[in-house]
Design a protein around this ligand. Structure first.
Ligand code: PAF
Length: 277
């Protein structure tokens, strides 16, 4: 496995490769990322993983400086997973000049997490487009844990005619249901015990709709109240059409319920795809 920090060296290493599967990450890797790597191995002969904590996608009051940076441990995991190339650029390598040219993401980027984190998805889309141009993969793998991010990337790739197939990996969960995330490390012991409740609350809400409840607003509001009573600060609970992320109507059968809520200082997101009759 080669660890490369410079764009020129990356281009040199990859220029003869014709089947590149790419997994972009911000590092601090866990089993969820390694699952994406396994998917990448099924879709390309050369697997490239990027590790870059992208300042463009963090808001002014967010955790950019405290975000865990664990390059050496990450590389050990990727080596054991059979990755070919790790691309770990510095901020100066990625943004040698102020990034005044940015991607204006589609309207779906302004809702849900985008409504609470203005500019977040523009930052994500911009760095992903730059990484695609640097790595030039045939396939790129993203996790469904960040369901809205996946929707933004799919729309960007489609509308800008990028020659990259986007593959989605399922969310990996701890034994108690908590979705794996680098931010779980911020939880105190007591918060960690409470954290799986977000998944359980989303599951109960999805089951209610599956069993015929079609007042989606009521389900969203009951789930919000339930979590709020238990001390969560709920950013949103929302039932959407899974292909467009438009608000669900009774015409939709393939749905996703998305939630974002804070436990103390840690913001958790999760989602569950489901069907209604
Ligand atoms: O999902 C992430 O880790 C990041 O948003 C991504 C896609 C690597 C872009 O920085």
């Amino acid at each position: 496995m080669q660890v490369i920090h410079a764009v020129d060296a990356l281009r040199q290493r990859l220029k003869a490769e014709h089947s590149i599967a790419f997994v972009p990450t911000m590092g601090n890797l866990h089993a969820g990322h390694l699952h994406l790597v396994e998917l990448a191995k099924q879709h390309g002969q050369c697997v490239v993983v990027s590790i870059f904590v992208n300042p463009l996608q963090f808001g002014a009051n967010e955790d950019l400086t405290s975000y865990p940076r664990t390059l050496q441990a990450d590389c050990e995991k990727l080596q054991a997973a059979g990755v070919n190339v790790v691309f770990a650029p510095s901020e100066a390598e990625m943004y040698p000049q102020p990034q005044t040219v940015t991607v204006n993401p589609p309207p779906v980027a302004n809702e849900l997490c985008g409504a609470l984190r203005p500019g977040h998805f523009a930052g994500v889309a911009t760095v992903v487009l730059k990484l695609f141009n640097m790595v030039q993969p045939q396939v790129a793998v993203f996790g469904k844990k960040d369901f809205q991010q996946l929707a933004v990337i799919r729309q960007m790739t489609g509308q800008l005619d990028l020659p990259v197939d986007i593959i989605a990996g399922e969310t990996m969960r701890e034994n108690d249901g908590l979705a794996m995330s680098s931010r779980n490390g911020y939880l105190s012991a007591a918060e960690r015990l409470e954290a799986p409740r977000l998944y359980r609350a989303l599951t109960l809400a999805a089951e209610a709709v599956e069993q015929g409840e079609d007042n989606f607003a009521a389900v969203e509001s009951q789930t919000t109240q339930y979590l709020t009573q238990l001390g969560w600060i709920v950013d949103y609970i929302s039932i959407r059409a899974s292909n467009t992320l438009a608000r669900a109507t009774t015409e939709n059968h393939e749905l996703v319920i998305l939630g974002a809520a804070r436990l103390g200082r840690t913001r958790l997101i999760d989602n569950i795809e489901f069907k209604r009759p």
